[in-house]
Design a protein around this ligand. Structure first.
Ligand SMILES: C[S@@+](CC[C@H](N)C(=O)[O-])C[C@H]1O[C@@H](n2cnc3c(N)ncnc32)[C@H](O)[C@@H]1O
Length: 435
């Protein structure tokens, strides 16, 4: 190895490969570095124990880099990480990383697995795009305010790509819609496509222009959110999405899982755990979205409490759970709802929590522990944060299993689901028993 060369040894959670120079075994976090690469880097930012670096040249390619780059925007667009790596190798990298991360944290979990996605391309049921200065739909460049105009994104569905193309064609013909239009989110259901416009100062003129193009876009529902006044209007029909045997209906402003196959696999995995442990009675669904988990699992519980702060989503949850006889709805932040729920001493039999990527603050987990629920299922799209949160639980709960799901192929993201069981005198799994 020459003096200015770096060998990438491991992955980190994110876009960096972890590499070392020969000389002083200096640790480098190399953007887009893949285990096995030998690279020459441009050093960017020197910290006390490591240096951030960018690849200047790949001297020897990792054997994981075994396919042609699948998208012309790769290296420029900040969305995907694994442009020239086959899906089989992506799964291997992600599975190895999951195990390495647990080992680094000293967490011994009896059952771990990594579940791939059925589709590696065309899987995304929702995507949010920015508007560039000419009015075209765009994604952000990696860690930058600069934008890359997009007319086709291989990881989203064909239906969403059609709407992206139609939107851009309208802008091409008639010019930018409005400077006030900041972002657009496009969502696909089984019955058609919905669109959510994010507008700063949605005056009558821009609302008129936006509603005029809805027909041309061929969407069945729309939401116009005014970022200035924090209000919204909805129109058209709700999107319908069938997952397993359950039908969900929602407007495109509510959260719905991005990969239908993986959403199904996660819901089935939780269902199997509920059946295995014979869990029933009261369910508390925190960060409930449109009630995806409580809707899917409702038959196991005679009382369901849902907590969700979004007014869009809470409206949809009422539809999801309309056939259940006993549901309490909290349209509040989880922090605030937990004070009421704890005060009522309403001990749930199962808590499911599925926070957004900006994970909750540690004090919140104390309030979740105070619920004394015998089981907790913690779903997270932020594995590093999940690992530090799990440490807050391990005095009181055993971790029965941790399963990684590939919600977002071609990106570094993983969705982890952990199954926690309250400690009692007799409940320790063999390997977690104190000796
Ligand atoms: C990752 S999504 C999960 C949704 C749902 N569990 C599902 O599977 O579809 C997180 C949800 O939490 C909601 N949310 C974000 N911050 C919240 C907070 N502080 N309190 C309550 N809900 C919140 C968001 O609106 C979003 O619907």
């Amino acid at each position: 190895m020459k003096e200015n060369e770096v060998k990438i040894k491991n992955s980190s959670y994110g876009i960096y490969g972890i590499g070392y120079t020969d000389k002083i075994s200096k640790k480098m976090l190399v953007e887009y570095g893949i285990p096995g690469d030998l690279v020459i880097v441009k050093e960017k930012d020197e910290k006390s124990s490591y240096t951030f670096a960018k690849i200047k040249k790949i001297v020897e390619k990792s054997s994981y880099r075994d396919r042609r780059v699948f998208c012309p925007h790769f290296w420029k667009c900040g969305g995907c990480t694994y442009g020239d790596i086959s899906y089989k190798n992506q799964v291997k990298i992600k599975n190895d990383l999951l195990n390495e991360m647990l080992k680094r944290e000293g967490l011994k979990i009896e059952q771990t697995a990594f579940i791939p996605s059925e589709k590696e391309l065309g899987y995304r049921l929702r995507t949010k795009l920015k508007i560039n200065r000419d009015g075209f739909l765009s994604y952000s460049k990696l860690r930058s305010n600069k934008l890359v105009a997009i007319n086709n994104c291989p990881v989203v569905t064909d239906g969403i790509n059609k709407v992206i193309k139609r939107f851009n064609a309208i802008v091409e013909k008639s010019g930018r819609l409005s400077k006030r239009l900041k972002e657009v989110e496009i969502v696909e259901g089984d019955n058609g496509i919905g669109i959510h416009f994010f507008i700063y100062g949605a005056n009558a003129d821009i609302k008129k222009r936006v509603t005029k193009i809805i027909k041309q876009l061929g969407v069945i529902s729309f939401v116009i959110s005014d970022l200035e006044k924090a209000n919204f209007v909805v129109g058209g029909r709700k999107l319908i999405k069938n997952i397993g045997e359950k039908e969900f209906k929602f407007y495109p402003a509510s959260f719905f899982q991005a990969n239908g196959d993986i959403a199904y696999k996660i819901a089935e995995t939780i269902k199997n755990y509920i059946e295995l442990k014979d869990i029933g009675g009261k369910l508390l669904d925190l960060y409930a979205g449109i009630g995806f988990f409580s809707g899917y699992l409702q038959k196991y519980f005679n009382k369901i409490t849902v907590v969700e702060s979004s007014p869009y989503a809470i409206n949809d949850i009422r539809g999801t759970l309309k056939d259940h006889k006993d549901v309490s709805y909290y349209e509040k932040s989880v922090a605030s709802a937990l004070t009421y729920i704890n005060a009522a001493k309403a001990r749930p039999d199962l808590v499911i929590l599925d926070p957004p990527r900006t994970n909750p603050k540690p004090y919140l987990f104390n309030n979740i522990k105070k619920l004394k629920s015998p089981y907790i299922v913690y779903v997270s799209c932020n594995p590093p944060a999940l690992l530090s949160d799990l440490k807050l639980f391990i005095n009181d709960y055993y971790i029965d299993s941790l399963i990684g799901f590939d919600m977002f192929p071609n990106t570094y993201h993983q969705e982890w689901v952990t199954f926690l069981r309250k400690k009692t005198n007799h409940s320790a799994p063999e390997h977690q028993k104190r000796r």
